[in-house]
Design a protein around this ligand. Structure first.
Ligand code: XMP
Length: 326
């Protein structure tokens, strides 16, 4: 019979048997899967594990702190944080094309992660230890999807964190490969991870970089982070987090419209709210959420976020629209 407790016990034993006395590395993305995988491996081998978190500067408000503080507090894991915001912003300067943004972010991510990895391997080597394992939060559906060869159309180049580098040889540790998402969340809770991590809604690897229509700049990111934080706060306060699959908040940086505030004319940007209901993100419908909540979000965003004078609601299902705008 399936109990989270027995899954944890089994996996802990399996990880110990696989890794022995060697060392392992795990990339954290801020997402549920890598967090639970890391927590499980930490429980099994403790300080033989080091986690790496690449902060690309494209995360939402408070998310990096969640990894750097809450996750570390809950697990006691050794964490190496790489602050790569400037590098990512430089690489993205002048780029508006969505696919190009995705490629740049994916490429930079792998470079930064590999460099951090190589440093850890060298440091351990200096202590006479060998880093031989890479932990990945691969789930059962990931394996079915990629091995099934069902030929899902590649609409957007999906970039997933922790892509396996080809030049350093690691053996993979994949303690979640028999689990579905809801089981992974149960295991996370069993391991003592906070709800904000365990019940986090999906968020794309390229982060807010693909939620700014137009060039990505620090200023625009800060603006979008504020708007997004307000929307998340109000959705949570209204108790809608479980009902809504996710709600991308998008900045139309290349669009301006006329508004009026106080007794002055404004010429600002629109923010798009994209609340969707879905089972698996393959298809989705726009969420019919209460007008009062929409009104509160709209009022707060236009009052509190400088340079935003309009909030619009995306009422497109998927298909034809994708969940993300880019
Ligand atoms: P779309 O926009 O294709 O998104 O309808 C489907 C789901 O995938 C998420 N998404 C990503 N997740 N890396 C990820 O890890 C990505 O590059 C990426 N792009 C989209 C999106 O948030 C939605 O849940």
């Amino acid at each position: 019979s399936w109990t989270t407790h027995s899954v944890v016990e089994e996996q802990v034993a399996a990880i110990r048997a696989q890794v022995g006395t060697k060392r392992a590395i795990c990339g954290l993305s801020g997402g549920v899967d890598s967090a639970v995988a890391a927590a499980l491996v930490q429980k099994a081998i403790g300080d033989q594990l080091t986690c790496v978190y690449v902060d690309h500067g494209l995360m939402r408000k408070g998310e990096s702190e969640q990894v750097e503080k809450d996750f570390v507090a809950a697990t006691g894991v050794q964490l190496k944080v790489v602050d790569a915001e400037e590098r990512f912003l430089n690489a993205l300067a002048g780029v508006s094309d969505p696919e190009q943004k995705r490629k740049i972010i994916g490429r930079e991510f792998i470079r930064v992660f590999e460099q951090a990895q190589a440093e850890l391997v060298a440091e351990a080597g200096a202590d006479g230890e060998e880093v031989a394992f890479l932990v990945q939060g691969t789930l059962y559906p990931d394996i079915v999807e990629s091995g099934g060869g069902t030929g899902t159309a590649n609409i957007k180049s999906h970039h997933n964190v922790g892509g396996l580098p080809d030049d350093i040889e690691f053996e993979l540790v994949e303690p979640l490969r028999q689990l579905f998402k809801d089981e992974v969340r149960m295991v996370g809770t069993e391991l003592g991870l906070p709800d904000e991590i365990v019940h986090r809604q999906p968020f794309p690897g390229p982060g807010l970089g693909i939620r700014i229509v137009g060039e990505v700049t620090k200023e625009r990111l800060d603006l979008l982070r504020e708007a997004d934080a307000i929307a998340r706060e109000e959705l949570t306060a209204a108790g809608l987090d479980r009902e809504i699959w996710q709600c991308p908040v998008v900045l139309l940086a290349d669009v301006r419209s006329v508004g009026v505030q106080g007794d002055g004319r404004t010429y600002g940007h629109p923010i798009v709210l994209r609340p969707v209901s879905s089972e698996d993100a393959m298809t989705a419908d726009w969420t019919r959420m209460p007008y009062e909540v929409l009104a509160r979000i709209s009022t707060r965003i236009t009052n509190e976020v400088a340079d935003v004078n309009r909030v619009v609601l995306d009422v497109t299902s998927k298909p034809p629209g994708t969940i993300e705008w880019e």
